[in-house]
Unconditional design. Structure first.
Length: 115
């Protein structure tokens, strides 16, 4: 199983970024996918989750209405569209999958929101 994120970077407050996570090594369409983030000195937190067919999503209260998780099962990719970014969204963002009772994480991508 491999999860590879991309799309992070430096953005000004109020700006937008779209993160991508491309998966391999398992049948992507059968598994729920999640995005987590970890800011310096803080615990890792769940940002968003999407079910295997994409029919249901959940978000942390702190990102509701600003972030959108989606997936393209034909491309084995899950996305996180982040709008109206705030400095407190600065963190390393990682995608996550639990496959055959094991936890898998990507290497993470840094998102920095600063003027």
């Amino acid at each position: 199983v491999q999860l590879v994120e991309s799309g992070g970077g430096l953005v000004q407050p109020g700006g937008s970024l779209r993160l991508s996570c491309t998966a391999s090594g398992f049948t992507f369409s059968r598994y729920d996918m999640s995005w987590y983030r970890q800011a310096p000195g803080k615990e890792r937190e769940l940002v968003a989750l999407i079910t295997s067919a994409g029919g249901s999503t959940n978000y942390a209260d702190s990102v509701k209405g600003r972030f959108t998780i989606s997936r393209d099962n034909a491309k084995n990719t899950v996305y996180l569209q982040m709008n109206s970014l705030k400095p407190e969204d600065t963190a390393v963002y990682s995608c996550y999958a639990r496959v055959r009772f094991l936890n898998y994480w990507g290497q993470g991508t840094q998102v920095t929101v600063s003027s």
